[in-house]
Design a protein around this ligand. Structure first.
Ligand code: AMP
Length: 489
């Protein structure tokens, strides 16, 4: 068992939350709040700790936020009918460090000189601490520990007059990853950061436009997919229709490749690719790269299933459900604290002994982060009588932290940052351990090869090549934001 140190929190902000989120917005629908609740339900895998909906109608904003699942909090006629108005945005969030506080539940709302503005954010900003210190010095009072609140304050102090101009002004000062939905008295706005790290799609149901993190949130309400919001694009939906602007300097698109590997729902189509098909293709590549002789391919459910199907199909080795998952337990990662996380793995999976006993097993999972899941699963499969246990992972080794909204621990807690692959195999207790190569991964997502100069995706968790500056991490030495702010003083 690895002796992992506890999570580190930032000294400036010790109840800092790492966010993984889903967002939804709808304009001009008589059942806007009910549709938003349904959309968020479809996006529940992106965030299970809290949910919130803000609606607006006749100049009145209404909001309901709660800790817990969408289905537990947006299930009554009362809640839905109090969220009146034809325009709405919603948010699901998931945090793994610090306390989960109601004041950190989104969408975040504030009153401005131009009226109310609510924002829901998926992603993480990387110059939050720097901007926050500056804003606090100039008198801004923060109500939460969310990076998203920075955007609210930057909008408040912007000297531009229209909401969209003020939002653009604010976003030009932030770094990192953001897909946003925003709600004003008369519009719903969608934004994707210039690299398009996190997803955001546009759809339509009847005459109403929808914005959502993933297409599965369109499917649930019978909406048609129109297109992805483009990296660096702002879409403004109001009574006049839909208006698109691209106010940021163009940069190469760097969609998060981990969305395909693990995070997004397999039935979603993101950046023109069905997530399930990509996962299967990764499994096929993995089987070609590993060439292991075995009796069966067993997925670690549920995240390993599509890659294991691809692996089995390409290798001709039978696919078997050698591990059964208890669906009434949340994702292992949710539990804050290593102790509970360890226990969580036992609660979640059980070996299907009758299938595994006396067999050479290839286990397929999507990723190894701390190694907790793999160690438990390997033990469990051996205890059930497998004669050989090989572990194949449908991502390259996760050796770097993500600062863009996928919660990964600090580098020292990442197994692959601390050990060689052989050492990992030994620690996990498997006969062999194989990760897909970065080139194999790029092939599986439809690229001939990875462009080394300027990769087509954000793959920083595997390569350390971060597409944006990491001002907070680098000690807040990037002062460009400070000068921008003081120019307005
Ligand atoms: P670990 O047990 O720490 O090695 O975590 C690996 C498992 O967690 C894998 O089986 C993944 O399915 C899952 N996983 C990987 N990354 C994340 C994430 N950012 N959030 C939640 N679960 C994750």
């Amino acid at each position: 068992m690895l002796n992992m140190p506890p999570f580190k929190s930032h000294p400036f902000d010790d109840d800092k939350l790492h966010e993984e989120c889903g967002i939804f917005g709808i304009f001009g629908h008589e059942e806007a709040s009910a549709h938003t609740a349904l959309g968020l339900h479809a996006l529940q895998h992106r965030g299970q700790e809290a949910a919130g909906v803000v609606t607006v109608g006749d100049g009145q904003f209404h909001s309901h936020k709660a800790l817990g699942h969408v289905g537990d909090n947006f299930n009554s006629e009362n809640v839905i009918s109090e969220l009146s108005g034809p325009n709405a945005i919603g948010h699901v969030r998931y945090s793994t460090t610090g306390g989960t506080l109601l004041r950190n539940v989104q969408p975040i709302f504030a009153e401005f000189d131009f009226g109310g503005l609510a924002i829901g954010h998926n992603g993480n900003l990387t110059n939050t601490q720097t901007l926050r210190k500056t804003l606090i010095k100039r008198g801004c009072i923060f109500q939460s520990t969310m990076d998203t609140e920075i955007i609210i304050h930057l909008v408040a102090i912007s000297l531009y007059s229209s909401v969209v101009d003020r939002l653009v002004d604010a976003l030009r000062q932030v770094e990192g990853a953001y897909s946003l939905v925003a709600l004003t008295e008369d519009s719903v706005i969608g934004v994707r950061d210039p690299h398009g790290v996190r997803p955001l799609v546009l759809g339509k149901v009847g005459d109403s436009y929808i914005l959502a993190s993933e297409t599965c949130a369109l499917d649930i309400i019978g909406a048609d997919f129109i297109r992805d919001v483009e990296p660096g694009e702002i879409i403004v939906i109001n009574a006049e229709g839909i208006h698109s602007i691209k106010p940021f300097a163009p940069v190469t698109s760097r969609f998060c490749i981990f969305e395909y590997i693990y995070f997004a729902r397999p039935d979603s189509v993101l950046e023109n690719k069905n997530v399930y098909n990509v996962r299967k293709a990764i499994g096929e590549e993995l089987s070609r790269e590993s060439r292991i002789e075995a009796d069966m391919v067993v997925p670690v459910p549920d995240s390993g299933v599509p890659a294991a199907i691809g692996y089995a199909e390409a290798s001709g080795i039978p696919f078997e459900l050698g591990i059964i998952r208890n669906h009434y337990v949340g994702r292992t990662f949710i539990e804050p604290g290593q102790e509970i996380r360890n226990f969580g793995v036992k609660l979640k999976h059980n070996a299907n002994k009758a299938k595994i006993e006396g067999k050479r097993v290839i286990l397929v999972d999507d990723s190894i982060v701390r190694g907790t899941t793999s160690m438990k699963i390997a033990d469990m499969v051996r205890a059930a009588g497998a004669t050989e246990v090989h572990l194949c992972i449908s991502s390259p080794p996760t050796a770097y932290s993500c600062y863009y909204g996928i919660d990964t621990p600090e580098r020292e807690d990442l197994m692959a940052a601390q050990m060689s692959i052989d050492e990992m195999a030994k620690q996990i207790g498997v006969d062999s351990l194989q990760f897909i190569s970065i080139e194999g991964l790029y092939r599986a997502v439809g690229e001939k090869t990875r462009n080394e100069e300027c990769p087509q995706f954000c793959d920083a968790c595997f390569t350390g090549g971060y597409p944006t500056v990491l001002t907070d991490k680098e000690g807040g030495n990037n002062t460009s934001q400070l000068s921008l702010l003081s120019e307005r003083d």
